[in-house]
Design a protein around this ligand. Structure first.
Ligand code: SF4
Ligand code: SF4
Length: 261
């Protein structure tokens, strides 16, 4: 092999490795067809919903028990979240809290009971300055360019630093194999294993195929999502015309889930 052929071969082999075609023999990798197919696989799909900064707004005035349960059910069934009754081992991506608990810093002695007990949906805030990302020693938790705070389950070593760092309790640890606790497995979404942390992903797999987050879809208009960086987006207009609060903003994580009150 002369020098130019050798360089060409290494370049193509490098591309093969880049696109993860390691299961194929080197001779299969070097065909133009395979490289084109690999490039295609990594392209953004035509229907993908994109944003510069994804955010969510939850209208507390529109929430009721049914909507709350529908949101939890939709999220947890699509994402194969196991139903573990023991509170310490429970896995939650989205769940219900009382207003008093979710916004304890806003409590005052004469707050009406009705307000204290107002049901609130809580989830990962996909913070702009996420404490969980900073402490993860393996970069299993990372923030995408569009603001979604993600988990790579294969990198998670189960140290739970992220759980200690998150001030919102938005992360759950799989103390046991979750698979036997999944009622009806969705074969299109991966299951997790014992020893890893998980949480809401803002339904990035649905955004990728042009669908809204599952909780948004079943919320009957109580949950709005959109691009915070776009002044013409619905979420920006809603935030500009309503009073909204966020959970624990004083901690500096800059939560991107807003609550309309
Ligand atoms: S809510 Fe918690 S888990 Fe979610 S991004 Fe913020 S710090 Fe991380
Ligand atoms: S955005 Fe998707 S993953 Fe996150 S709570 Fe809603 S349904 Fe669950």
């Amino acid at each position: 092999m002369n020098d130019i052929d050798r360089r060409k071969f290494l370049k193509i082999a490098g591309l093969g490795a880049l696109f993860g075609l390691t299961g194929l023999s080197m001779f299969e990798v070097v065909t133009k067809k395979h490289i084109e197919a690999a490039v295609e696989k990594y392209k953004i799909l035509p229907n993908t919903l994109t944003a510069q900064r994804w955010a969510i707004a939850i209208d507390l005035k529109k929430l009721d028990e049914k909507i709350i349960n529908d949101c939890i059910q939709a999220c947890h069934s699509i994402h194969n979240v196991p139903q573990i009754a023991m509170q310490k081992e429970e896995i939650k991506w989205i769940w219900k809290e009382t207003f008093e608990h979710a916004f304890y810093e806003m409590e005052y002695p004469y707050m009406p009971e009705q307000m204290k007990n107002l049901p609130v949906l809580v989830l990962c805030n996909h913070c702009d300055n996420p404490a969980c990302v900073r402490v993860c020693p393996t970069k299993a938790t990372f923030k995408r360019k569009d603001g979604i705070v993600m988990m790579d389950m294969h990198r998670c070593i189960g140290c739970r630093y992220c759980m200690a760092a998150c001030p919102f309790g938005a992360r759950s640890f799989n103390w046991r194999d979750p698979r036997p606790f999944i009622k009806e497995e969705n074969s299109e979404y991966p299951t997790r294993m014992k020893g890893v942390v998980e949480k809401c992903t803002l339904c990035c797999e649905r955004l990728e195929i042009g669908k809204p987050p599952a909780c948004v879809e079943v919320s009957n208009g109580a949950i709005i999502y959109g691009d915070l960086a776009n002044p013409d987006s619905e979420i920006r207009k809603i935030l500009a015309t309503n009073y909204a609060i966020r959970r624990k903003p004083e901690l500096g994580t800059n939560p991107c889930v807003y609550y309309l009150i």
